[in-house]
Design a protein around this ligand. Structure first.
Ligand SMILES: [Zn+2]
Ligand SMILES: [Zn+2]
Length: 74
Protein backbone atom coordinates (compact mmCIF):
# COMPACT_ATOMS: atom_id res chain seq x y z
CA UNK A 1 0.00 0.00 0.00
CA UNK A 2 1.25 3.47 -0.81
CA UNK A 3 2.34 5.75 2.00
CA UNK A 4 2.07 9.50 1.59
CA UNK A 5 4.37 11.72 3.66
CA UNK A 6 3.90 15.44 4.23
CA UNK A 7 7.08 17.31 3.32
CA UNK A 8 6.33 19.98 5.94
CA UNK A 9 5.40 18.01 9.06
CA UNK A 10 6.16 14.34 8.36
CA UNK A 11 2.55 13.17 8.72
CA UNK A 12 2.15 9.77 7.06
CA UNK A 13 -1.04 8.17 5.76
CA UNK A 14 -2.35 5.68 3.24
CA UNK A 15 -5.07 8.12 2.20
CA UNK A 16 -3.93 10.88 -0.20
CA UNK A 17 -7.16 12.77 0.51
CA UNK A 18 -5.73 13.63 3.92
CA UNK A 19 -3.96 16.47 2.06
CA UNK A 20 -7.10 18.44 2.89
CA UNK A 21 -6.27 18.26 6.60
CA UNK A 22 -4.71 21.17 8.48
CA UNK A 23 -0.90 21.32 8.60
CA UNK A 24 0.62 23.82 11.00
CA UNK A 25 4.01 23.82 9.26
CA UNK A 26 2.83 24.33 5.71
CA UNK A 27 2.72 27.83 4.16
CA UNK A 28 -0.69 26.99 2.67
CA UNK A 29 -1.92 25.26 5.88
CA UNK A 30 -2.52 21.86 4.32
CA UNK A 31 -0.32 18.80 4.07
CA UNK A 32 1.67 18.52 0.87
CA UNK A 33 2.90 15.08 -0.14
CA UNK A 34 6.42 14.18 -1.11
CA UNK A 35 6.72 12.64 -4.56
CA UNK A 36 7.85 9.37 -2.99
CA UNK A 37 4.86 7.15 -2.17
CA UNK A 38 6.64 4.78 0.20
CA UNK A 39 8.33 5.06 3.58
CA UNK A 40 11.95 6.03 3.12
CA UNK A 41 15.01 4.92 5.08
CA UNK A 42 16.19 8.50 5.17
CA UNK A 43 14.54 11.92 4.98
CA UNK A 44 16.71 14.89 3.95
CA UNK A 45 15.97 18.57 4.56
CA UNK A 46 16.16 20.57 1.34
CA UNK A 47 17.44 23.65 3.17
CA UNK A 48 20.10 22.37 5.58
CA UNK A 49 20.80 18.77 4.56
CA UNK A 50 19.70 17.31 7.92
CA UNK A 51 19.06 13.58 7.58
CA UNK A 52 16.93 11.29 9.74
CA UNK A 53 14.88 8.12 9.58
CA UNK A 54 12.03 9.86 11.45
CA UNK A 55 9.85 12.00 9.15
CA UNK A 56 8.34 13.77 12.20
CA UNK A 57 11.68 15.54 12.67
CA UNK A 58 10.25 18.00 10.12
CA UNK A 59 8.81 19.70 13.22
CA UNK A 60 12.30 20.59 14.44
CA UNK A 61 13.73 24.09 14.00
CA UNK A 62 15.76 24.69 10.82
CA UNK A 63 18.05 27.72 10.62
CA UNK A 64 18.16 27.74 6.83
CA UNK A 65 14.49 27.33 6.04
CA UNK A 66 12.27 30.35 5.22
CA UNK A 67 9.49 28.75 7.30
CA UNK A 68 11.89 27.82 10.18
CA UNK A 69 11.24 24.07 10.04
CA UNK A 70 12.88 21.31 8.04
CA UNK A 71 11.27 20.47 4.72
CA UNK A 72 11.86 17.07 3.14
CA UNK A 73 13.30 16.64 -0.30
CA UNK A 74 11.68 14.32 -2.80
ZN1 LIG B 1 1.88 18.42 7.07
ZN1 LIG C 1 16.59 21.89 7.70
Amino acid sequence: MATYTCKYCGYQTNSPRDAGMNCNNSPHKHHEWMNATEKLDKYTCKYCGYQTNNPRDANMHCHNSPHKKHEWLG
